[in-house]
Write a protein that binds this ligand. Structure first.
Ligand code: 5GP
Ligand code: MN
Ligand code: MN
Length: 332
């Protein structure tokens, strides 16, 4: 099966094999944590020629720069052009890989580790578990099957990934198995308090002021999402510049917006180019935002999804509204 094939693909690597780890664009805690945690596991197995990278010119977001394994990261342009094996983390489709698709296509073998139900199976070998709370669940399973002994450095990345995608054990995907995995990771000696503070609770003061401004213009539309409430806001490059903040600080914005009691659906629109916007969508359980995102050219999970939108902001909001007005409701 796929697990056996994945184990063989790693175990049978020649000593001089070049292995490239990649993940989705604008990498989050799951993408980076799974990739670096697994990468350190490969190191333990004796893989010497090992690089990790992510699409685009962006730097590693500050909240993740301290993670063990960051030394494996190289800029996209410096990454192996024709690796023997590419392992891809937390990406549902090739469209999430930017220019790195080339590396994947040119590699002698490719292995996809993911947990999106919408995963297109674009690897030679695909380990996709839509029931997994994070890609790091799949990554740990593979490390176990490879016989790698878990240590604190590996566990750190896997824990960052698990806490990111479960909202620190608050979301529906937080099963007994998630807590059992967390227990295993914490038992290696990692410090959950330290990790959470660095990843979730440390931002420059300018980001606090920026959030104040952006949250101050949030709009509530009480019945816009198939009869349920919609809350949305936006942030431009100019907002970032005025507060001298890097783009990554906006990733946490959706968490401040989605607590709105009157809205089932929350939406944050972040400028990503001249007339290009990265849109985040969240649902509290009534509306399937994954279907909405897919209709607008993106993807994701039922309760957390996104897409890249083009054009003027008001037109984009119009398209989102139109899609939400007729959105699929999830049976209670
Ligand atoms: P976030 O809002 O945190 O950026 O993304 C939430 C989820 O939506 C991600 O886990 C990812 O699956 C999906 N997603 C976000 N942006 C895009 C996009 O541009 N394209 C696709 N296909 N999925 C996206
Ligand atoms: Mn992700
Ligand atoms: Mn994920």
């Amino acid at each position: 099966d796929d697990w056996a094939a994945a184990v063989a693909a790693v175990r049978d690597l020649p000593a001089d094999a070049r292995v490239l780890l990649i993940c989705h664009v604008n990498p989050d805690g799951d993408a980076l944590g799974s990739m670096l945690g697994f990468g350190l596991g490969l190191r333990r197995l004796g893989v010497r020629d090992l690089q990790a990278t992510f699409p685009g010119p962006a730097e590693v977001p500050e909240p993740f720069r301290w993670m063990p394994g960051v030394e494996l990261l190289v800029p996209q342009d410096d990454a192996y052009l024709d690796p023997d094996l590419v392992i891809c983390f937390d990406a549902a489709s090739k469209s999430r890989l930017g220019d790195l698709v080339d590396r994947l296509d040119k590699a002698r073998a490719s292995l996809v580790l993911d947990h999106h139900a919408s995963n297109t199976g674009f690897g030679r070998i695909n380990l996709v578990d839509p029931h997994a709370a994070a890609t790091s669940v799949v990554a740990l399973e593979l490390l176990d099957r490879l016989g790698v002994t878990l240590d604190a450095e590996m566990a750190t990345g896997l824990y960052v990934a698990l806490t990111t995608d479960t909202g620190s054990f608050r979301f529906e995907a937080t099963t007994p198995a998630v807590h059992e995995m967390a227990a295993r990771l914490v038992a290696t000696g990692i410090r959950p308090g330290d990790i959470s503070r660095r990843v979730f609770d440390t931002r420059p003061f300018g980001a606090v002021r920026l959030f104040g401004e952006v949250l101050g213009r949030a709009t509530l539309e009480p019945a816009a999402a198939a009869g349920h409430g919609l809350v949305w806001t936006y942030a431009t490059h100019d907002d970032l510049a005025r507060h001298e903040q890097p783009a990554y600080v906006l990733e946490a914005l959706i968490d401040s917006v989605r607590c709105t009691e009157e809205a089932d659906v929350s939406c944050v629109i972040k400028q990503s180019g001249e007339a290009e916007w990265a849109v985040s969508l969240r649902s509290k359980g009534a509306v399937d935002v994954s279907a909405v995102a897919v209709a607008l050219g993106g993807g994701g999970h039922r309760f957390a999804a996104g897409f890249t939108g083009r054009g003027a902001l008001d037109e984009l909001v119009g398209r989102i509204r139109a899609e939400l007005a007729t959105a699929t409701l999830i049976a209670p």
